[in-house]
Write a protein that binds this ligand. Structure first.
Ligand SMILES: [Zn+2]
Length: 185
């Protein structure tokens, strides 16, 4: 998801896990900001001196982030499985799939369990600014559903890989799931 390019395998910038982890809730009553947005990678990136070109800046300010650790793991699995020909953040399809095989219309989304409200993990929501977070999560879930529908209506196969599916204990199952999804008949 959108971030400056980092090399495959390079240690992820702060953004590597921020999509995945619940932001620490500040809890400070006198802080009018939404909780914990101050320390996200986005802010770090906005201040980063590297944000010189308009393209990079636009990329940094996008909602989506690229090259998160979970995405790198999925891409590594796909290469191991022998399907290296994927495209990233494919803009010609609804929802800009994180990983896509446009010719075969396979869209893979790497989903943060917190932000996308993984039904398996069902992670607790922040205790403060409840309405703010609820609205944000609702929007994310609605957008995900809309994107999925639009892709499927356009003939795409949609695959979600949840972040928890990339834990060591799940990795074999996830490898099989991916193989099932991408293998040629
Ligand atoms: Zn999960």
């Amino acid at each position: 998801m959108e971030k400056p390019e980092v090399e495959e395998g390079a240690p992820a910038l702060a953004g590597g896990t921020d999509d995945a982890r619940p932001p620490a809730s500040s809890g400070a009553a006198d802080d009018p900001r939404p909780p914990a947005l101050a320390s996200t990678a986005d802010d770090v990136l906005r201040q980063a001196p590297a944000a010189t070109s308009a393209a990079v800046r636009k990329c940094m300010q996008g909602n989506k982030r690229r090259d998160t650790t979970p995405e790198l793991k999925v891409r590594a699995l796909l290469r191991e499985l022998g399907y290296p020909g994927y495209r990233l953040d494919w803009k010609k399809a609804p929802g800009h799939p994180d990983i896509a095989y446009p010719g075969r219309k396979i869209a893979i989304f790497v989903m943060g369990c917190f932000w996308h409200r993984c039904p398996v993990c069902d992670l607790p929501q922040p205790k403060s600014n409840v309405a703010y977070w609820q609205a944000k999560f609702d929007r994310n879930v609605e957008r995900d559903a809309r994107t999925r529908r639009a892709l499927e209506e356009a003939g795409w196969k949609v695959v979600y890989i949840w972040e928890h599916e990339l834990k060591k204990s799940h990795l074999e199952a996830t490898r099989r799931k991916l193989h099932e999804a991408v293998r040629r008949p």
